[in-house]
Write a protein that binds this ligand. Structure first.
Ligand code: FEO
Length: 171
């Protein structure tokens, strides 16, 4: 059985992952208006991946006999200055989420909740990848500066990403 304090923290993290999904979907919608369909598609896949993160926690709370309590999701921003501004915002957001996951691990260790700690290790590894991917896009967009041709190429590359929801999210 999960503690009431850990249950509250995991419910908060479900909300944070739902917000991440909402934020990235908002970025996708904005990018659609700029003609960058590839980057918009990439952000939409990222939004779906964040939903998967939320559902992974949703399933885990139930597995431990806990109660999922959903709360309001904040309104995300709807405008950005440039594709680089979006990529930098994604990186900053992922760094913030990594901090939240680290805080959950600290709490699990303090509570000697080894099962939650083990589950969270997946998120620790995932955050390394998420930060690396966002950082890679930031660096590429910085490299091309104001070249429309290079931006077109990057957009094509980002558009190749497809996210398929893993079956375990049904938990
Ligand atoms: Fe769910 Fe991008 O962290």
């Amino acid at each position: 059985m999960i503690s009431s304090t850990m249950q509250k923290s995991l419910n908060d993290q479900i909300n944070a992952e739902m917000y991440s999904s909402y934020l990235y979907l908002s970025m996708s919608a904005y990018l659609e208006t700029t003609g960058l369909a590839g980057f918009a598609g990439w952000m939409k896949s990222q939004a779906q991946e964040e939903l998967f993160h939320a559902m992974k926690l949703f399933g885990y709370v139930h597995e431990r006999g806990g109660r999922v309590i959903l709360s309001a999701i904040d309104t995300p921003p709807g405008e950005w200055k440039s594709p680089l501004d979006i990529a930098e915002s994604v990186l900053a957001h992922e760094e913030k989420v990594s901090g939240l996951i680290n805080g959950l691990v600290d709490q699990a260790l303090a509570e000697k909740d080894h099962a939650t700690n083990a589950m969270l290790q997946w998120f620790i590894t995932e955050q390394v990848e998420e930060e690396m991917t966002a950082s890679d896009i930031v660096n590429k967009l910085k490299l091309i500066a104001d070249s429309p041709n290079a931006l077109f190429m990057i957009d094509q590359e980002l558009g190749k990403r497809v996210f398929t929801m893993p079956a375990e999210s049904a938990g």
